[in-house]
Ligand binder design. Structure first.
Ligand SMILES: NC(=O)c1ccc[n+]([C@@H]2O[C@H](COP(=O)([O-])OP(=O)(O)OC[C@H]3O[C@@H](n4cnc5c(N)ncnc54)[C@H](O)[C@@H]3O)[C@@H](O)[C@H]2O)c1
Length: 368
């Protein structure tokens, strides 16, 4: 079978992290790339050959003869660009978040239903090694009955307010959880078959100025509490503006085991578990001790090669898993429903925070 022909939009930004995958892939070739900023596009592709360059997305879709498009543009463009590709039966890998409103989620789902192509939201945190090990441990029953989790995305990205001004509106100044899929994604992967059914959200208000000393609307920290369909409790916190080192934190509690993990600035990570009847009393075990038994196949195939790549290796692993599924004609690993289950709670939290933290239902896209 011929290699899949892949195009990238927003190619000068985030998706450049995926270029390495296509250099080595026997299943997909990067054949087209698009960015509004021609100069930045040329720079991003400076050592990549054989890729047709575009500054107009529709032109790339029309002339590119693509099987797959990777959408790495600002958040508010994800849905319209996904729909344009799906209408042409081009498979979509979209950056997070899937959509910026509930209405957009409905439009995206409708387009997926009408298309012969598949859609996947690229939540790379689901593919980070420790969280995939935890997923295997949950599947194997090590945690017993899982009933509580926390996820925190604490990342002072105020410098990006000026470099990428769209972030001011869509990530900083909209109240509630605007960038929650990195936190919720792995947690939902540990609660397979469950979904968030209702949320409430409150915020701290704003205390931090931007890096030029100007005020920013919104909240420094927003906290969303989620109740799942199976009665589990999840706490999500995001903070994009407080001065502190980067931390991506998770907690998982079951009736037989507990996990605490933190991926931190400087590429450091701390992951430990405690297992009833196995770990010493009151003493955490390093998650590394369980890697040999629970490392999923996908990560075994990559090993240290992935770890050297972006976001703890997850960028290479997620893109390979997506490409493999399209090439082999399988269902994508994060389908449209999974993508919306990760995105919708944050969108509903944006209504809850304006209602002083009222509990609100999260729609089930399977019923749309
Ligand atoms: N998964 C992750 O870990 C991760 C990390 C960073 C960013 N992101 C997501 O990736 C997306 C991009 O983030 P970024 O930091 O690269 O943003 P950015 O603003 O730096 O880059 C976006 C690029 O898209 C281009 N662009 C904008 N509109 C376009 C259009 N209509 N047609 C073609 N090109 C267009 C811009 O010129 C720019 O080069 C965002 O949705 C963000 O949430 C995800």
């Amino acid at each position: 079978m011929d290699k899949l022909k892949v195009g990238i939009v927003g190619a000068a930004g985030r998706p450049s992290a995926f270029l390495a995958v296509f250099k080595e892939s026997g299943k997909a070739a990067l054949t087209a790339a698009c960015d509004l900023n021609q100069e930045a596009l040329d720079k991003a592709l400076s050592d990549v050959e054989g890729v047709k360059r575009y500054t107009d997305y529709m032109e790339m879709l029309e002339k590119g003869d693509l099987d797959v498009v990777i959408i790495g543009t600002p958040m508010h463009l994800h849905v319209s660009q996904s729909i344009d590709a799906l209408k042409k039966n081009i498979n979509v890998f979209s950056e997070v978040t899937a959509a910026i409103s509930i209405e957009e989620c409905k439009m995206l789902l409708e387009a997926c239903k009408l298309s012969r192509a598949q859609y996947m939201m690229g939540e790379n945190c689901n593919y980070m090694k420790p969280y995939m090990i935890i997923q295997e441990m949950v599947r194997a029953g090590v945690f017993g009955d899982v009933f509580y989790a926390e996820g925190e995305y604490l990342h002072d990205i105020r410098e990006l307010l000026y470099k990428t001004p769209w972030r001011r509106k869509y990530q900083f100044e909209t109240r509630g959880i605007t960038y929650g899929t990195h936190s919720l994604g792995p947690i939902l992967s540990w609660m397979e078959g469950d979904r968030v059914e209702s949320v409430c959200c409150v915020g701290t208000g704003r205390h931090n100025l931007d890096l030029k000393g100007a005020p920013i609307d919104g909240d420094d920290s927003a906290v969303m509490i989620c109740k799942t369909a199976k009665g589990r409790l999840i706490k999500i916190r995001t903070d994009l503006s407080s001065p502190r080192p980067y931390s991506l934190n998770y907690v998982l509690q079951g009736t037989n085991a507990a996990y605490e993990g933190s991926f931190q600035g400087g590429g450091c990570s701390r992951d430990h578990v405690w297992i009833n009847g196995k770990s010493a009393e009151n003493q955490w075990d390093k998650l590394d001790n369980y890697e040999k038994k629970y490392l999923p196949r996908l990560w075994q195939d990559f090993g240290s090669k992935a770890e050297a790549s972006g976001h703890g290796g997850s960028d290479v692993v997620i893109m390979t898993d997506f490409i493999d599924s399209i090439y082999e004609g399988r269902k994508v690993p994060i389908d449209i429903y999974d993508s919306l289950d990760m995105t919708l709670p944050g969108l509903v939290s944006q209504e809850s925070i304006l209602l002083e933290g009222r509990w609100l239902s999260v729609p089930d896209p399977r019923k749309w």
